[in-house]
Design a protein around this ligand. Structure first.
Ligand SMILES: NC(=O)c1ccc[n+]([C@@H]2O[C@H](COP(=O)([O-])OP(=O)(O)OC[C@H]3O[C@@H](n4cnc5c(N)ncnc54)[C@H](OP(=O)(O)O)[C@@H]3O)[C@@H](O)[C@H]2O)c1
Length: 276
């Protein structure tokens, strides 16, 4: 019963790996660069966009935690089937559950991978989280200046801790439950960016001023980070919408793991060092 965790250097991948190790599972950690992967379990090189790397990574594996990479998904499905994989848990996105998902590039990319797994001969579980608490790591440079710059500061999202996604994925990978299901994951409550900034200020012990960016300024920043041009307008539309209606909050983390989802304050405390 070996579990392969792809993207083990990622925030969620690492949380899945840690939860599986804590549960005593036999785990193999995969990354495109294992030289920078500091884990106490077996490591293997794997690039989901290069299927030739997958046979060795999947040998003897019964279940997989998978990041969404549409390029190469067909090769992954073939290699997983050949290796006798029984269950794949996909980190997808809540974007695929939105009513206008057909118009969303982010949703379409995730949906393509979901559909490839649904059509595959092994079982799949789709994890569809909303906004990650780790998105606020993008504020680090501004926080160093004592400010949080964001469009729509009163947008309310169900910010989820990566360890809650990790706990859900690990439970399902370990016991094979929730096959054929799509699970909409969230943190415990809708919380605005302004409230997140106030909690970070409190936890970090220094004042943080909130400066509202216009949508144009925010789109410019995303473009400078190299985001594809269609994506900033989608994200800004979603942020505007959640100023009027809070993002969906669900009980799935508690239902699957038996524990309450962690609050944004817990996340900030866990990540204090990332802002110093
Ligand atoms: N941010 C949000 O609010 C949000 C909301 C819903 C869903 N999501 C989903 O969550 C994902 C981000 O998760 P995260 O925060 O854990 O990201 P992260 O910390 O940026 O890590 C991304 C991971 O993707 C892996 N990866 C990238 N290209 C790969 C490839 N070709 N082959 C294998 N692995 C590859 C990387 O693996 P290595 O570097 O180790 O090879 C890395 O570990 C998004 O891509 C999206 O699908 C995000």
């Amino acid at each position: 019963m070996t579990v392969l965790v792809t993207g083990a250097r990622g925030n969620v991948g690492r949380a899945v790996l840690d939860a599986l190790v804590t549960a005593g599972q036999d785990v193999r950690a995969a990354s495109r660069d294992v030289t920078t992967l500091d884990v106490g379990v077996a490591k293997v090189s794997a690039d989901l966009e290069d299927p030739s790397t997958l046979d060795a990574a999947l040998e003897g594996v019964s279940s997989v935690f998978l990041y969404t990479r549409p390029q190469g998904i067909e090769g992954f499905v073939k290699a997983a089937e050949a290796a006798g994989v029984r269950h794949v848990v996909l980190l997808s996105s809540g974007a695929t559950l939105e009513p206008r998902s057909a118009q969303s590039r982010v949703a379409r990319l995730h949906r393509a991978v979901e559909e490839a797994l649904i059509a595959a001969p092994f079982a799949e579980t789709l994890l569809n989280p909303g906004s990650f608490a780790t998105n606020t790591l993008g504020w680090r440079a501004d926080i160093a200046e004592g400010v949080v710059r964001t469009p729509y500061p009163d947008s309310r999202v169900g910010a989820i801790h990566e360890r809650d996604i990790g706990d859900v994925a690990a439970k399902i990978l370990a016991d094979g439950s929730h096959a054929g299901e799509a699970l909409q994951l969230s943190g415990p409550e809708p919380i605005s960016f302004r409230e997140q900034a106030a909690i970070l200020a409190d936890v970090l012990g220094r004042p943080l001023r909130v400066e509202e960016l216009t949508p144009e300024q925010a789109a410019g920043r995303m473009a400078a980070l190299g985001w594809p041009p269609e994506v900033p307008p989608e994200i800004l539309r979603a942020m505007e919408r959640t100023t009027r209606e809070a993002s969906v909050v669900t009980d799935v983390v508690r239902d699957v793991t038996g524990h309450a989802p962690r609050t944004f304050r817990q996340w900030a405390e866990d990540h204090r060092a990332d802002f110093s």
